[in-house]
Design a protein around this ligand. Structure first.
Ligand code: AMP
Length: 607
């Protein structure tokens, strides 16, 4: 098999590092690619990016500097302290090794090989370097450190000083030549199709199969024909579609042609779920394989998605296991830890809200318009408690859009996504376009004071809270009308003791229907005569069409709601329901709230 000498590659690295012009960089890459035998094109591309494969499946390099110091010392027959000193001086293990090698190499190499002739035959090649780097990256378990060091030593023994510089930078994950993926695509277009304008053609293939090494080898070996055959397939994540942003609802509707599909914009983590039979893979927005973070999501996809082969997209959100309420984004991040996933899974179970389908049983759907994709999505997904389609609605007016937005925010979302329903509303891979427009707030308010609210209803608990209440429906008092108007559902902040006591405490007030003095748009599982008063704090007070407190007072058709509410632990037994916080006070609090700047997503609240 033909290969390329590693020294050729590092000569290019040196030149690439020295230029700040993207055009020169492209030219250099073109010369490199033209010299590279097609068989090793993929490896040349991976190494140039400082990786060993596509981000979604390559083992990571990133050997600790300490280990590389030991390897350099061993390879050159030097004292670890001397290598350390050189490293401290240069601040770069690559440069330090290069310098040391220039001084000590002849003796060592002659020691190692029997004759100068053998030395010249033992040149490092791209294929050889790649294989040994892979061995280093994959070494794990007991003895991994020793394997990493001994493999690196054998590489260094064959290396020229300059090669050692780049080898060590690569192995420590610090190559950083600054070559953008798009520059590599430009260079591939020029090298193998003959013009830079062919980039968009190759880029499309790259969006479907975002593995630059694979694409490079394909175009080097088979040119345009090879690229044409790249198809979306299960197991290979596609580059996700991105959204533009606007802050004027009227402009959004106009931009999307007079009407659009508006969906909750959930505040969690985007996942691309691939299913083949009972096998499921999950990829992040950055295309990392995150299957291991969400075993519960994997199980739900297996169970509730009715297709043999399918690629879906959605947002994973952390839930309060006891109440089913959505939690802020930070809580989901507990699932990102390598260990303790099991524990995090119990404390922060996930729900997934699906919003797109890209592939179904042998057919790519990315070129189908959104209404068609949505139909297919509805067909294959059987909704369950924690796997649902993203909540959506078709809207035609700014008022409808704002109403939906307010509902989304009060329920814990960041805002909404507005999506084109036109005939050309395809899934635009890897691109930020006007087919999707996000509408978020660029500020949020901060609720600094507690309120005293009356329990008017309750919802049954789930999980650990089965048999007690999961959340209580809380209301403020309106003295003018002498009624209680709902302002939030509170499920957080209750201790185990509270939970055990609640049904007993509320039992005397339980009635079979909504109390005539309670005004609610929500249907509770259980209703109470207004009596018990609890102290509650939230992240902020927002507009909401779901609650009746101050309905129409600040805005037509919108009430006020407390976002991310939490029981403080204080039972206000000293207060009668008529002493609770009034509707008027909530309106005042809403108006006086301190505005805090972005990001909305950083509301810090845990249950
Ligand atoms: P942003 O990260 O602010 O640019 O917004 C885009 C992100 O919103 C996507 O990458 C998804 O993670 C997330 N998202 C939440 N809900 C939806 C939805 N219904 N449709 C599309 N993206 C959504």
């Amino acid at each position: 098999m033909s290969d390329l000498e590693y020294s050729v590659l590092v000569d290019f690295y040196e030149k690439i590092e020295a230029t700040s012009s993207r055009l020169t960089m492209t030219d250099l890459l073109v010369s490199l690619f033209r010299r590279t035998p097609p068989e090793v094109m993929d490896k040349v591309v991976y190494l140039t990016r400082g990786t060993l494969g596509p981000d979604y499946e390559a083992p990571e390099l990133g050997v600790a500097e300490k280990l590389t110091i030991r390897a350099v010392a061993q390879a050159l027959g030097l004292n670890v302290r001397d290598v350390e000193a050189a490293y401290k001086k240069r601040g770069d293990i690559g440069l330090a090794a290069e310098e040391l090698m220039e001084k000590v190499k002849p003796a060592t190499i002659l020691d190692f090989f029997t004759s100068a002739e053998t030395v010249s035959k033992k040149r490092l090649t791209v294929g050889g370097v790649y294989d040994l780097l892979l061995k280093i990256a994959k070494a794990s378990g007991p003895g991994a450190q020793e394997t990493k060091i001994s493999t690196l030593v054998s590489l260094l023994k064959y290396a020229q000083p300059k090669e050692a510089r780049y080898l060590l930078r690569t192995v420590t994950g610090k190559l950083r030549l600054g070559v953008a993926d798009m520059t590599i695509l430009d260079a591939l277009a020029v090298s193998f199709i003959g013009s830079r304008s062919a980039r968009s053609f190759i880029e499309r293939a790259y969006n479907v199969h975002p593995d630059l090494g694979y694409i490079a080898k394909l175009v080097a070996e088979r040119g345009v024909e090879g690229i044409k055959e790249v198809k979306i397939r299960v197991g290979v994540p596609v580059k996700p579609m991105l959204a533009e942003r606007l802050s004027d609802p009227a402009e959004i509707i106009e931009k999307l042609g007079g009407s659009c599909l508006v969906e909750y914009k959930y505040d969690g983590e985007r996942v691309q779920a691939h299913k083949r039979g009972s096998e499921v893979f999950l990829f992040s927005r950055r295309l990392e394989n995150i299957t291991n973070h969400y075993p519960d999501v994997v199980e739900m996809i297996r169970q509730y998605v009715k297709a043999e082969e399918v690629i879906l997209e959605g947002e994973v959100v952390a839930l309060n296991p006891d109440t089913g309420e959505m939690l802020p984004f930070q809580d989901l991040m507990h699932r990102r830890r390598k260990y303790e996933v099991e524990e995090a899974m119990e404390k922060y179970p996930a729900a997934v809200f699906l919003f797109d389908i890209l592939y179904l049983d042998g057919r790519g759907l990315i070129d189908d318009p959104l209404p068609e994709r949505r139909r297919q999505l509805e067909d294959v997904v059987e909704e369950s408690e924690r796997l649902k389609l993203a909540k959506s609605e078709i809207v035609k007016t700014p008022e409808e859009l704002i109403k939906f937005f307010e509902e989304a925010v009060s329920e814990g979302c960041e805002g909404v996504m507005c999506k084109s329903l036109s005939n050309d509303s395809i899934y635009q891979m890897g691109a930020r376009g006007w087919l999707w427009v996000k509408f978020k707030r660029d500020y949020r308010y901060e609720m600094t004071d507690t309120v005293d609210l009356v329990v008017v209803g309750a919802f049954y608990g789930k999980g650990k809270r089965a048999g007690t209440y999961g959340a209580l429906l809380m209301a403020a008092y309106s003295p003018e009308e002498d009624v209680f108007k709902t302002v939030c559902k509170v499920g957080s902040g209750f201790s185990d003791d509270d939970l055990a006591q609640l049904p007993k405490l509320l039992e005397p007030y339980r009635i079979g229907h909504r109390h005539p003095r309670v005004v609610s748009r929500m249907e509770a599982d259980v209703w109470f005569t207004p009596f018990i008063v609890l102290e509650v704090i939230g992240a902020e007070i927002t507009l909401s069409p779901l609650h009746t407190c101050a309905l129409g007072r600040v805005k037509p058709e919108a009430g006020l709601a407390i976002r991310f509410p939490r029981f403080t632990g204080r039972y206000r037994t000293d207060k009668k329901p008529e002493d609770a916080t009034t509707e008027e006070e909530i309106v005042e609090m809403f108006k006086l709230q301190r505005r805090v700047s972005e990001p909305v997503a950083s509301v810090s609240e845990t249950s």
